[in-house]
Design a protein around this ligand. Structure first.
Ligand code: NDP
Length: 368
């Protein structure tokens, strides 16, 4: 804790943790907890890595104990802030040595998308569990290679699908499973934001693997699957590009895609790097509807159904995610919606098909 402001922030977050988390198995009193703790190293000390590290301070089942980074100045700052010993700090050249470090259980890879595959494979080969940010890879072939490497090394592979633990999201899933919405007919997912700096890695195909679909449209696609509760059997898609300088070949600006499900339900989704205020899910069934808006931002998530407002607790997504991932890895807990490599592979198969559909104008059949 560096300042009074940090102190106050910590107190506020603790208050939220104490009031909200017990229902979700989180820290009632972290100091008294003596169960299993997942000791995590974060790879990639960027914007999202920073958010995860902050949130992990309030976990009881997970602890930040190591760093992997290409920027020595960040390592120094983080070491001080999170009290990380020198022996748990690595760079991208030497992190294979983590296999000789018994004090680290898992590595959370939070680097640009195209780096996930080689980095996760090296983490697996070092005998550590891998948690990887979304998109897990930049295509289905790479995703399969990552799954195979983790299986071979006998380590777990989880993906940072934080919405799979979010209480409003889980309540809609519960209602759908309980039949309260009736037969599901339609899902709409709108995900996007207006992207800034044209030089960032998100607009570089080599590092991003694509454009808005890889980064933000994946929420609509993944959401379609967990909201409808089925895997799609076909996809159609259309791409629109208004700025060919900023969004070069292979970096999609806006994609609309449609999914068809075995039950006959359909989904209509929009993924874009060119519109703000776009964060909405709508699920329609024969007996009712559910709407989340915002649906996938950092929160608070808000929702309503035909029965009224959803009043689930507001949580820090990354704290809850890391608590649950610790339980999945160390205690064999089964999440309501999977967060493993196979779940991510399905998304990547659909994304491959969306790109193909947008390119060819054809409806692409899917077998997930
Ligand atoms: P940032 O650019 O903020 O951070 C990425 C970090 O990766 C860098 O700071 C750097 O850390 C490291 N890095 C290693 N190699 C490179 C390279 N060649 N170019 C740039 N950075 C490099 O990105 P984000 O944190 O926003 O995104 C990282 C990942 O997290 C992405 O896969 C993204 O999709 C995902 N994400 C997930 C979110 C979620 O809600 N689940 C939200 C935001 C992002 P260092 O200097 O320490 O090496």
């Amino acid at each position: 804790m560096n300042s009074r402001r940090d102190f106050l922030q910590k107190i506020t977050a603790s208050a939220i943790a104490f009031s909200v988390f017990p229902r979700y198995g989180l820290a009632e009193n972290p100091e008294l907890y003596d169960g299993p703790v997942l000791r995590v190293a974060i790879m990639g000390l960027g914007s999202y890595g920073s958010r995860v590290a902050e949130a992990m301070q309030f976990c009881k089942k997970a602890k930040l104990v190591g760093l992997i980074s290409g920027t020595p100045s960040k390592v120094k700052d983080w070491q001080q802030k999170y009290n990380i010993p020198e022996k748990n700090c690595y760079n991208y050249e030497n992190f294979d040595k983590i296999k000789d470090n018994p004090d680290i259980d898992a590595v959370y890879v939070i680097t640009p998308n195209a780096l996930h595959r080689p980095q996760v494979i090296r983490v697996a080969q070092a005998g550590k569990h891998a948690i990887c940010e979304k998109p897990m890879a930049v295509n289905a072939k790479e995703a399969q290679e990552m799954i195979d490497a983790c299986k071979k090394a006998n380590v777990k592979l989880l993906v940072g699908y934080r919405m799979h633990f979010e209480p409003h999201t889980l309540e809609v899933i519960r209602m759908r499973k309980a039949g309260e919405l009736g037969k599901i007919l339609f899902f709409q997912g709108l995900c996007g934001f207006k992207i800034g700096d044209p030089t960032q890695w998100r607009l570089n195909k080599q590092l991003a693997g694509g454009g808005s679909l890889m980064d933000i449209g994946i929420y609509a696609l993944n959401g379609a699957r967990y909201m409808v509760g089925e895997d799609p059997i076909w996809v159609t898609a259309e791409e629109t590009k208004t700025d060919h300088v900023k969004f070069k070949e292979g970096v999609d600006e806006t994609i609309q895609f449609q999914l068809g499900f075995p039950s006959g339900a359909v989904a209509s989704c929009l993924s874009t790097y060119n519109m703000n205020n776009l964060d909405k899910f709508f699920l329609n069934g024969e007996k009712g509807f559910a709407e989340l808006q915002p649906s996938t931002g950092y929160g608070p998530i808000k929702g309503r159904t035909n029965k009224g407002e959803l009043n689930q607790p507001v949580v820090v997504h990354q704290t809850l995610q890391m608590e649950e991932m610790s339980a999945i890895i160390l205690e064999g807990k089964q999440p309501v919606v999977p967060v493993n490599g196979e779940e991510a592979l399905k998304d990547l198969k659909v994304m491959d098909a969306i790109y193909e559909a947008a390119k060819t104008g054809k409806r692409i059949p899917l077998v997930l």
